[in-house]
Design a protein around this ligand. Structure first.
Ligand SMILES: *[C@@H]1O[C@H](CO)[C@@H](O)[C@H](O)[C@H]1NC(C)=O
Ligand SMILES: *[C@@H]1O[C@H](CO)[C@@H](O)[C@H](O)[C@H]1NC(C)=O
Ligand SMILES: *[C@@H]1O[C@H](CO)[C@@H](O)[C@H](O)[C@H]1NC(C)=O
Ligand SMILES: *[C@@H]1O[C@H](CO)[C@@H](O)[C@H](O)[C@H]1NC(C)=O
Ligand SMILES: *[C@@H]1O[C@H](CO)[C@@H](O)[C@H](O)[C@H]1NC(C)=O
Ligand SMILES: *[C@@H]1O[C@H](CO)[C@@H](O)[C@H](O)[C@H]1NC(C)=O
Ligand SMILES: *[C@@H]1O[C@H](CO)[C@@H](O)[C@H](O)[C@H]1NC(C)=O
Ligand SMILES: *[C@@H]1O[C@H](CO)[C@@H](O)[C@H](O)[C@H]1NC(C)=O
Ligand SMILES: [Zn+2]
Ligand SMILES: [Zn+2]
Length: 631
């Protein structure tokens, strides 16, 4: 641990030498020379960004992907920019903003934990994402919001409270998420922030979390419905700023943003409201009215969001008063007309970053950006993230291959469970069915070395496995279909399971709906349109509710196959009444008991029948399997 701290300090020290004008001097860095020539030829963006008087660069749900996407299989190279490249990008964009004499804000909507080895590969005794957040902290974020992944483990939340929030001087926002320290409940960061932009615009910012229920003891998440009734909230939104900036870890569609929006609109019918959401890992945009835009910018550093707004010049402090009478008597002046907004979803790679900053590959890097890249690579080395469990024989994907099939990650997991969970297990010889949720698999596995980092990206949830012994095989075998809501009778239960997964923070269903929709839209295109699409590279094809085209680079959609919510190991070949072990991922215990009792005629199952099956966690299963199967 002491070494880690030293490492982080070294990175910060290096960052203090932020002097991009001398970037070219640093021509001897071998790792960087290589990076300047991408392994695959990348397509540049389709058109320059539209700048307004207020502009926002948005990241969300980065989940530790600070070294970018490093695999050669498509569409990975499209997202190959790392956080050092992003830092250089931000530096150049800030310079452009000054040249254009406009505001540029940098906003993040949370979920910094759980997702790669950089965040999760720390040595035992450490705290998740503590080391990777040292790099995040170097970026000049104007506003950040807390995500649900900051709240699963008390120590992670405490780390955000004690070590992360202070760096941002009141701009790390947790409007409805508290931590209890020494018996006192207080915001993890701050409930709101008021500040002035470089151009003198007054901003009132909030950081709102969706109604998350999977948070750890001694942290609290207040429902959005209750938050908007708090006295502090009324107080915070009372005075009219030049704009409201609502950052938050909450999807821009089909969630509770209208509650916050309407509360503000009641007092301020025309004040610009800029919403930066997250959590469902999709690209999305909508406008709640003509003077507001809501943007959500994907996941895993696969997207950097851009929003521009043509806001009037700041009115200045003296001219403002509370309870204003906009609209009455003003006529259709600049104050009540629709605001011109634009949004764009950038594929974060060096070609994109160079294009939008007008830089070439030799004038793009800043010393500061390079120091971040170097520091992240050093961290990967310290955590031994390139340790190889085996070699994946080909690509395995979550949604691009049917389940079950040879190319499905889910099929790999279904095969891995009986291998991994029975290692050093006295119950190994007893027939079993092992059930886990497909949402525990979060990323594809690509051909080539399957490393410690790949294990974290594919399966980052450290869930345990429980079991119930002596379940008749026929009953155990009926559990999976019921969990998946197969059959008309199970609809209600299916919804209960879905609600439970949502409250615990699983977003796979919404994300997959989005992928499915883009694949379906593509299939319905005419021959001509599909011919043009044949020229495009694979990736996200966004169709949102905002005007114009959102994707910065046009893509053709990836193949899509729907998958069940739960998967299981192959059934043992035993008689219907043979007693077997029913093994399952820990958090579905109560649903599973309910289902079991609805299926079982002879016995009532309770938590007393449930025990820990193995010390092996979900995060370790693929690695243990790869060591045996892929060597
Ligand atoms: C995306 O990745 C593919 C495959 O590696 C590559 O051919 C393509 O040029 C990339 N597209 C963009 C827009 O970067
Ligand atoms: C949380 O951190 C404290 C000290 O930092 C440590 O003593 C404790 O074991 C940690 N708890 C968990 C569950 O990791
Ligand atoms: C967490 O809450 C429990 C009671 O609910 C209390 O005993 C414990 O001290 C708390 N831990 C911290 C770190 O505040
Ligand atoms: C968080 O703490 C603040 C300050 O103690 C309190 O006013 C607020 O109601 C708390 N919010 C939640 C969600 O517990
Ligand atoms: C203003 O924006 C709203 C909401 O986006 C839209 O319904 C309306 O048609 C727009 N009005 C004009 C005049 O463009
Ligand atoms: C799947 O893999 C197995 C074993 O490698 C092979 O025998 C089988 O032909 C494959 N099936 C398909 C459809 O490729
Ligand atoms: C199983 O036990 C052996 C010997 O004690 C140990 O080396 C190995 O790490 C264990 N495997 C797992 C997955 O716990
Ligand atoms: C594909 O791109 C090539 C080269 O840019 C172009 O000549 C061709 O017309 C394109 N094909 C379609 C179907 O758009
Ligand atoms: Zn997320
Ligand atoms: Zn989330």
């Amino acid at each position: 641990m002491r070494f880690l701290v030293a490492l982080a300090l070294a990175a910060v020290a290096a960052a203090c030498g932020d002097d991009h004008t001398h970037a070219a001097r640093d021509g001897h860095d071998h790792t960087h020379k290589k990076r300047e020539v991408p392994s695959v030829k990348l397509t540049p963006p389709s058109r320059p960004l539209t700048w307004g008087s207020v502009n926002i660069l948005h990241t969300t749900d980065s989940h530790g992907w600070l070294l970018g996407h490093q695999k050669a299989s498509f569409p990975e190279p499209n997202y190959s920019g790392d956080f050092g490249d992003f830092a250089s990008f931000v530096t150049h964009m800030k310079e452009l903003a000054i040249k254009k004499d406009v505001d540029l804000l940098l906003v993040d909507s949370g979920d910094l934990h759980d997702g790669t080895g950089l965040s999760d590969g720390f040595p035992s005794g450490g705290v998740d994402a503590h080391a990777s957040n040292e790099f995040f902290k170097q970026l000049p974020y104007d506003v950040l919001a807390i995500g649900n992944h900051e709240l699963y483990i008390y120590n992670n939340t405490l780390d955000m409270h004690q070590n992360f929030a202070p760096r941002f001087n009141g701009r790390y926002l947790s409007s409805n998420a508290n931590i209890t320290v020494d018996g006192i409940s207080k915001p993890v960061g701050s409930q709101f922030a008021k500040f002035k932009t470089r151009k003198g615009r007054e901003v009132t910012a909030l950081g709102v979390l969706f109604n998350f229920k999977g948070n750890d003891k001694n942290t609290t998440v207040q429902p959005v419905e209750a938050m908007v009734k708090e006295a502090w909230f009324a107080d915070a939104i009372k005075d009219e700023p030049d704009l409201f900036l609502l950052a938050g870890h909450m999807p821009v569609s089909r969630d509770k943003w209208p509650l916050v929006f309407n509360a503000i609109r009641t007092l301020h019918p025309t004040t610009p409201i800029l919403i930066l959401g997250g959590h469902t890992h999709i690209r999305d945009c909508l406008q709640l009215d003509g003077r507001s835009m809501s943007l959500e910018s994907g996941r895993y550093m696969e997207t950097v969001g851009w929003m521009s707004a043509d806001l009037p010049a700041p009115k200045g402090h003296g001219h403002r008063h509370n309870g204003e009478d906009h609209g009455s008597g003003h006529g259709p002046g600049t104050h009540t007309k629709n605001i011109t907004f634009t949004r764009r979803y950038l594929d974060p790679n060096r070609v994109t970053f160079e294009y939008h900053t007008g830089r070439g590959k030799f004038s793009f890097d800043t010393l500061w950006g390079r120091s971040i890249t170097t520091g992240l690579k050093q961290l990967a080395k310290t955590f031994d993230l390139s340790f190889e469990f085996g070699t994946a024989p080909h690509d395995f994907t979550i949604n691009q291959a049917p389940y079950p099939s040879n190319n499905s990650v889910l099929s790999v997991m279904a095969a891995a469970l009986p291998v991994a969970l029975t290692v050093n297990n006295t119950r190994a010889s007893i027939p079993s069915i092992m059930i886990t949720n497909s949402g525990s698999l979060r990323f594809d596995i690509y051909a080539g070395p399957f490393t410690k980092n790949d294990q974290f990206t594919a399966s980052p949830f450290a869930d345990s496995f429980l079991y119930i012994s002596n379940v008749p095989f026929s009953v155990a075998a009926a559990v999976l279909p019921t969990l998946n809501g197969d059959g008309a009778n199970n609809r209600r239960r299916d919804e209960a399971v879905e609600a439970e997964l949502w409250a615990r923070g699983y977003v796979g269903t919404r994300y997959r709906e989005w992928l499915e929709e883009m694949a379906r839209r593509d299939a319905s295109l005419g021959i001509e349109a599909r011919g043009a699409a044949a020229n495009m590279t694979l990736g996200y094809v966004t169709s949102d509710a905002c005007p114009g085209v959102g994707d910065d680079i046009p893509h053709a959609p990836l193949e899509f196959h729907s998958i069940p919510d739960f998967i299981a190991s192959a059934s043992p070949d035993v008689a219907d009444d043979a007693p077997i072990d029913l093994v399952f991922v820990d958090f579905i215990e109560s649903q599973l008991l309910g289902i079991l009792n609805s299926l079982s005629k002879d016995k009532v199952y309770t938590t007393a029948d449930v025990s820990l099956y193995t010390e092996v966690l979900a995060t370790q299963a693929l690695g243990i399997y790869a060591q045996q199967a892929w060597n």
